[in-house]
Structures are given as structure tokens and as C-alpha cells.
Design a protein around this ligand. Structure first.
Ligand code: CUA
Length: 155
């Protein structure tokens, strides 16, 4: 069977593009760690409050200008509450919910994650500009949803 040479050419171009795209995907996923996290870490919602990670959580220094903080997002508050963070520091947030889905949005930053019961959410941010940052729940979670707001003071 004879294949027209234009058809052959297009088949080759198509295969070539497919290989390029799949290679880019593979490099991003396996070498650049850009793949979706897909339920990387889970937690039992019923024991979030007593868990090692979240009980007595406080801002903890883990390096120079680097902190970690575990926050429980629950009906209808973030715990711990208002925070003070030294300017220029990077904070690694770990979040979980013991009840329903909440949001964790820090105003004037691009931090915006969902906190889904059963799953641990993680997000990091460097607070270079001093000021007051509002933390908001942006997933409707019940009658007290609008009270879920805290302040991070960076100075
Ligand atoms: Cu929590 Cu809305």
C-alpha cells in the first residue's frame, strides 16, 4: 500500500509533537516535581485536634527567617488565632480541618488553599512587606462562615 508523501509528513509531524509534549510532561512531573500532589498526606478529621502535628501548634522557628506553623481551620475559627511574624520570614503552613471544608486565603498574597477534612494542605509564603494581612475562610462552611477571619501582623 502506498501512502501519499504529504500524509507521511503529517503523520511524522504529529508523532513528533506528541513525543515533545509527553517529554515535557514527564520532565515536569518526575524531574521538576511539578506534578499534582494527589492526596499526598491524609489525617483522620476526628483526631486532628489531639494529633501530634496540630495539638499545641505554635509558630516554630526551623531556620534563619524560616518558620513552620500548623493551623486548624474549624467551625468557625482558625487556631491559633492572630499571629505576629517577623518581616522577611518564610512560613510553611500546614492545615487541616476537623469538620467541614474551609478555605485559607491570605489577603494581598497568592496564598489561597482549600482545607478539606481528611487531607493535610500545605502552603509556604515569604512575608517581605511589613503590614497587617487578613486570613479569610473563602469556602462557605456554615452559619459562622463570615467570622472566620484572623490577622497576621508582619513587622
Ligand atoms: Cu470556614 Cu467558611
Amino acid at each position: 500500500m502506498r501512502i501519499h508523501h504529504y500524509e507521511k509528513l503529517w503523520l511524522m509531524i504529529g508523532s513528533f509533537i506528541l513525543i515533545i509534549f509527553l517529554s515535557i510532561l514527564a520532565i515536569q512531573t518526575f524531574f521538576l516535581d511539578m506534578g499534582p500532589p494527589s492526596h499526598a498526606q491524609t489525617i483522620n478529621p476526628e483526631t486532628v485536634r489531639e494529633s501530634e502535628l496540630f495539638a499545641n501548634a505554635a509558630l516554630t522557628e526551623i531556620g534563619e527567617n524560616e518558620y513552620k506553623l500548623a493551623i486548624i481551620a474549624e467551625m468557625f475559627a482558625f487556631r491559633p488565632g492572630d499571629l505576629e511574624i517577623p518581616a522577611g520570614s518564610t512560613v510553611h503552613f500546614t492545615l487541616a480541618s476537623p469538620d467541614v471544608t474551609h478555605g485559607f486565603k491570605i489577603s494581598d498574597t497568592n496564598v489561597n488553599v482549600m482545607v478539606v477534612p481528611g487531607h493535610i494542605s500545605k502552603v509556604s509564603h515569604t512575608f517581605s512587606e511589613p503590614g497587617e494581612y487578613l486570613i479569610l475562610c473563602n469556602e462557605y462552611c456554615g452559619l459562622g462562615h463570615e467570622y472566620m477571619a484572623n490577622t497576621i501582623t508582619v513587622k
